[in-house]
Design a protein around this ligand. Structure first.
Ligand code: LLP
Length: 463
C-alpha cells in the first residue's frame, strides 16, 4: 500500500501494513523531547508551553491553525551544526525547508550560510541582509533573470546543474564582466531515503550531471575552459530524511574519484566538495536521528580517508541541512472541530487546517505524531486519524495515532516536527488562508510570517 509518491523515489516514508499499529504510548500526556521542540513542556495545569508561553494563550492571541517556532531551539540547532563542522567547513541552511527574513537573520547571526533555489528565496535572503557571498544558488532550471540577479548580486556560488547551464552562467557572468564561482552538481548513482540507500541506477532523475559515461568529467572540462567561470568544486545531494550514513560514504567515494580524475587530467585539485543535505529527523518516537557532531565526524572521516587513498589534499567540505535544523523546531497547533467514531475502525478527528498546511502526509505517506496539548487526560487511548477540513478524502494530517478517548471539540491538539516543508509547501487549496508562523522565545511571541487574509486572496484575483 506504500505509494511511490516521493519526488526522489518510493522509500521516503516507511508505511505500516494495513491493520498494524504500534502500541499506544504508556502515557499519552508525555511530550517526547525527541519529537518536540526543545523548550516545549507542560505547565502546572498540564497545558503545553513553548518558549515559556502556554498554547491556550498562543491560540487566543494568534488563532489556529498556526505554526509555532521555538527560536531558541532553531538557534541551538544551527549553532550545533556550525560548531560540529568547525571553521574549516561551511554549513549552508537549505532555505527550501522554511525561509523567512527572521530566519535569515538568525542564520546570519549564528554564522551559517544559505542555500537558495529560486529568485524568490534569493530575494528573501538579500532583503534580510544575508551577505551575497554566503549564498549558494541552486536549481535544475534557473531562468536567465535568476542567473543574472545571482551573478549581479555577487552570490558566493552557483551550483551548475546541466550542460546548458554551464554555458548560460559563463555567458551571463562574462557579459557582466564577472568571474562566477561555481560548483558542478553531479549525480553519483546513489539514492538514499530513510533507513535505506540504493547505489545503482539512480541517475534516472532531473538533477545534476551523471558521473556515468564520463559526463561529469566532460562538464568539468567544458567549465574549466570558460572565462566567466571559476570552478571551485563538485556538489552531490543524494536524498532526504536519511538515517543511514552509508549512502554518503558511496557518494563521497565517487565524488573523490572524480576529483582524482580531474587532477590527473588537468593538474588541478578542486578545493571544495559539497555533500548536500538530507539528514533525517524524528517525526515519531521510533525514529533515531544522529546528532550533528556525529554526522560531521562521519563525513569528515569518510572524505579524509577517500582523499588519502587518492593522494589528494582534503577539500573544504560543505553541507546543506534544511530539515535537520528547522524541522524539529516547530509544531502546528489546531483546534478540534468534529469527532467521528467509526465502529471497529478508528475515530476521525477533524481539525481546522489540513493538507493546505501540511501536504507531506498526503504526498509522501509521511508519518507524524500528535498530542492533546490544551490539557492532560487520564482517559483511555483511542486510535485516531487526524484529518483536515478540505474537500478530499486524502486530506490526512496524521494517519494513525492515539489520543485520549475524552477528546472533545474545542480541545487544542498539536503536531510536532512541522518546521520543515510544511509552511514552505502550504497551499491555498479550497481558498484556505495559509497559517502564520509565530516565533516564540523567552516568554515573547511574535509573528514572523503573518496569516493570509481573504483580502490577500482577493488581491491576487484581479476579477
Ligand atoms: N540541498 C539540496 C541540493 C537539496 O535538493 C535539498 C532538498 C537540500 C539540500 C535539503 O535537504 P534536507 O536537509 O532538508 O533534507 N519536500 C520534501 C523534501 C524535498 C527535499 C528537496 N531537496 C519533504 O517534505 O520531505
Amino acid at each position: 500500500m506504500s505509494r511511490s509518491a516521493h519526488p526522489a523515489g518510493p522509500r521516503h516514508a516507511d508505511v505500516l501494513p494495513e491493520g498494524h499499529y504500534s502500541a499506544p504510548p504508556a502515557d499519552l500526556n508525555v511530550l517526547d523531547p525527541k519529537v518536540w521542540a526543545q523548550t516545549v513542556t507542560r505547565d502546572g495545569q498540564g497545558v503545553a508551553t513553548v518558549g515559556g508561553i502556554d498554547v491556550k494563550t498562543l491560540a487566543e492571541q494568534f488563532g489556529t491553525p498556526a505554526y509555532f517556532l521555538d527560536e531558541a531551539d532553531f538557534r541551538a540547532r544551527a549553532r550545533a551544526w556550525r560548531t560540529a563542522f568547525g571553521p574549516d567547513a561551511d554549513v549552508f541552511y537549505a532555505g527550501k525547508a522554511f525561509l523567512s527574513r527572521a530566519v535569515v537573520r538568525w542564520l546570519h547571526e549564528e554564522g551559517l550560510n544559505l542555500d537558495v533555489c529560486s529568485g524568490g528565496e534569493l530575494a528573501t535572503a538579500l532583503a534580510a541582509g544575508m551577505p551575497a557571498e554566503r549564498i549558494a544558488f541552486h536549481g535544475n532550471n534557473k531562468s536567465t533573470e535568476e542567473i543574472t540577479r545571482a551573478v549581479e548580486s555577487g552570490v558566493g556560488r552557483i551550483v551548475l546543474d546541466s550542460f546548458q547551464e554551464i554555458v548560460r552562467v559563463a555567458h551571463i557572468a562574462s557579459s557582466l564582466g564577472r568571474r562566477q564561482r561555481v560548483q558542478i552538481r553531479v549525480t553519483v548513482g546513489v539514492e538514499a531515503h530513510t533507513h535505506e540507500f540504493i547505489a545503482t541506477a539512480h541517475e534516472d532523475q532531473k538533477f545534476g550531471i551523471p558521473l556515468a559515461d564520463g559526463q561529469a568529467a566532460e562538464a568539468v572540462r567544458r567549465a574549466l575552459q570558460l572565462d566567466g567561470l571559476e570552478v571551485i568544486g563538485i556538489h552531490s545531494h543524494i536524498g532526504s530524511q536519511i538515517f543511514d550514513m552509508s549512502g554518503f560514504e558511496v557518494a563521497a567515494h565517487r565524488v573523490v574519484g572524480l576529483l582524482k580524475d580531474i587532477r590527473d587530467e588537468h593538474g588541478i585539485e578542486l578545493p571544495e566538495i559539497d555533500l548536500g543535505g538530507g539528514l533525517g529527523i524524528a517525526y515519531t518516537s521510533d525514529d533515531d536521528p544522529r546528532e550533528p557532531h556525529e554526522i560531521a565526524k562521519a563525513l569528515n572521516e569518510i572524505v579524509s580517508r577517500e582523499c588519502d587513498a587518492a593522494r589528494l589534499r582534503t577539500p573544504r567540505i560543505s553541507v546543506e541541512p534544511g530539515r535537520a535544523i528547522v524541522g524539529p523546531t516547530a509544531f502546528t497547533l489546531y483546534e478540534v472541530g468534529t469527532i467521528k467514531p467509526l465502529d471497529g475502525l478508528r475515530t476521525y478527528v477533524s481539525v481546522d487546517g489540513g493538507m493546505s498546511d501540511n501536504i507531506r502526509t498526503a504526498l509522501y505517506d509521511a508519518e507524524y505524531s500528535v498530542a492533546l496539548v490544551s490539557r492532560t487526560s487520564d482517559a483511555e487511548p483511542m486510535l485516531v486519524r487526524v484529518v483536515g477540513k478540505h474537500c478530499e478524502s486524502g486530506d490526512i494530517v496524521v494517519k494513525d495515532a492515539f489520543l485520549p478517548a475524552d477528546l472533545a471539540p474545542g480541545d487544542l491538539i498539536a503536531v510536532p516536527a512541522t518546521g520543515a516543508y510544511c509552511r514552505s509547501m502550504a497551499s491555498n487549496y479550497n481558498h484556505a488562508l495559509r497559517p502564520p508562523v509565530v516565533a516564540v522565545n523567552e516568554g515573547e511571541a511574535r509573528v514572523i510570517v503573518r496569516r493570509e487574509t481573504e483580502e490577500d486572496l482577493l488581491r491576487l484575483d484581479v476579477g
